[in-house]
Design a protein around this ligand. Sequence first.
Ligand SMILES: Cc1ncc(C[n+]2csc(CCOP(=O)(O)OP(=O)(O)O)c2C)c(N)n1
Length: 631
Amino acid sequence: MLFKNDSKCYGYLSRINSPDDLKKLTYDELGILAEEIRLFLLDTISKTGGHIASNLGVVELTLALHKVLNAPVDKIIWDVGHQTYVHKILTGRKDCFETLRQLGGIAGFPKTQESEYDVFNTGHSSTSVSAALGMARARDLKHENYTVVAVIGDGALSGGMALEALNDAGMSRTNLLVILNDNGMSIAPNVGGLSRYLSKIRVRPLYYKTRESMQAFIDSLPRSGRRLRKFLHKIKASMKSMFIPSMFFEDLGFRYFGPIDGHNIKEMVEVFEQAKTMKGPVLVHVVTVKGKGYKFAEENPGVYHGVAPFEIETGQLVNSGSEDYSSIFGRKMCELAKQDDKIIAITAAMTDGTGLSQFRELYPRRFFDVGIAEQHAVTLAAGLAMGGVKPVVAIYSTFLQRAYDQILHDVALQNLKVVFAIDRAGVVGDDGETHQGIYDVSYLYTIPNMTILSPASPNELRNMLDYAVLKHQGPVAVRYPKGSGREFEGSDVPLEYGKGVLLKEGTSVTLIGVGKMLECTFEAARLLEAERISCEIINPRFLRPVDDEMILTSARKTKKVVVIEDVIQEGGFGAYVTGLINDARIGAYTKIIGLPNKGIEHGKTELIYKKYGLDAEGIKSAIIKEFFMNG
Ligand SMILES: Cc1ncc(C[n+]2csc(CCOP(=O)(O)OP(=O)(O)O)c2C)c(N)n1
């Protein structure tokens, strides 16, 4: 194992303040720098948490790229962007690296507002080739001259958008360099036909050995042997198709180089130098080891893909202790699947993240991991539902945004029974603006026939899944937050379609706490009652259809209704309640305490809540200011 506990000596790293500083180093020195960067990554991420395995895997690749390119004039677009820590360290952010993913600190993904070296914001997968092609075309239209590079993982390549972009770029004459960082892994081992194709190329050492020997032989021929040389070159070129069944990338129109060793800086530099000067689209296939250099991450790259803080020597991850919503969902799915053999689970490359590992073990024939392909996952579910089985699609709120049209066009307009298990709904914290699950209620509100449920406790999630999977007809979304939750009095009231629960009676103001927000709604109510403001509390459970009657009855009494939700305020449940009360003309006022519709940055969830007034104090102050100032 690489890590040495006593080694805090960053002799070379301490002298790197921009990519220019790399250019002076020899390959041996770059090798030492790579080791120092690994130590530095481990040292920091073990404290902050973050995407350790992917970053350990791209240390040499990032060094080689920055050695060859002239950034920020040359542009690098990183797919997903979770593997940009090394790039950040090399581009002037080493000294603030310990603020990684903290509120006010540097982001865990590329951010154009953070550095001129980050040229395109990413977070969601499979966007890099489209973005790079767009930038390259803009460059050409403006008669400018620089290199544009997309760095994409083999996992991200399974996303449809990446394939659409390759299809477009391949036939263009645009100068574009795509680096395929192939480690055989998405978060878990990569899946699908393309992945199988890549592994075939990867394990073709015989081809490369033979090609090398042939080249050596050609080089050794005397000058007079020109015809023989030409003939052998032709054979060499056709060898590729003999060994490798079909050259997918070349057939698409790319010049293909590879696979090359993604931990050999010299080899990469030589190939990148050459690729950079070529006309048209070029793809360099680089093979790396996810988690490289840290035993635990190499052995278990999936577990160390994105981690909480951990102990370096033992690899022990800091655990929150209580069972999170994803695990509760996963366990419930196993129970339900036992009762009903028509239940199917679908994930888009997030088996562990969505808690479905056990389901996959128990019911492999009823489990589909489709790769990073949320759109396909949803329409696959529509097909399964049409075919008479009961699909449950588990996707994080933020990634489901990808499949808006599939939800609308393929599922909802046909009123198919598909259950959407929407994990990480609401504020997600450290991953920041590209990952916040704060838009789903609004976008689901525009979808016909869609029922939306929001549990406020583990019991409620279980009951809602019972209802959604076993009873509901038509599309239904159950959206639950990241992390764990607590039970409260009233969470065991039986679930009834379209019905909320009145949890506490009061006279001065009605508080409607949505899902996870119910917890701080209770706390805010305690603070308000200490100021002699009597609070009525409603748990809506169904965000659609809404329990109009319960809300209007309460509004008639208190004349003041506050909706507390950790999503954007526009177009969702709060907006619906506002309309409901306005239309009823009962002389009641409403207020939504939610998030503004702007990118919500990274940082610990509690700090984000505090910043945006979604903690008990903030809620109390907002209510007093709105309704109870000046008597
Ligand atoms: C649209 C979308 N779906 C899911 C994810 C979650 N996710 C983040 S990284 C990742 C795996 C990426 O694999 P790969 O591109 O091969 O990069 P590696 O981490 O292996 O270097 C996934 C599924 C995402 N970022 N975007």
